[in-house]
Design a protein around this ligand. Sequence first.
Ligand code: KMT
Ligand code: NI
Length: 172
Amino acid sequence: MRAYWYDNKPGDQREPHDSGRAVSEEVLANLGVLYHHCPTIEAVDTLASARGYKNRDQVCVSPATMGDVYEEKVKMFFAEHLHEDEEIRYILDGEGYFDVRGQEDEWIRICLNKDDMIILPAGIYHRFTTNEQNYVKAMRLFQDEPKWTPLNRGAEVDGNPHRKSYVDTVLQ
Ligand code: KMT
Ligand code: NI
């Protein structure tokens, strides 16, 4: 895992967009974004059961597995959105970027590699993309039924109770 401020320069979303300014794990934690290195599946199981996560599935984001819809999917994941539930992702193979909004609404890019787990709180605005390798295999963990409908940013979603609660408790 490596996190840094996104450079906001034009170019493909899959390029690194590294401003050269690192973001610490502490800054992420203050946004409610938690990182864990899980070298074994047992480490994943332990975290999952501690948080009451019973279910999981796997997704492979690559042209080989998605074919023609790959480019479309990659653009969809990159639309800024939030979820009404916590989002937990564990990287099984490959690499990917999660971008999250910081305190001043600026983008922070989190580069995740194999064995990295990220926990995004409900209500945080974020987006996801593969990198230039165009390959990531990830585990999605969920408590009960999968409930990760992306709610794209806009005036209506800014007023969502889960968003308001995130802003009130985390962004103060
Ligand atoms: C999300 O909600 O942004 C995603 O699930 C991205 C794909 S998981 C590698
Ligand atoms: Ni999401």
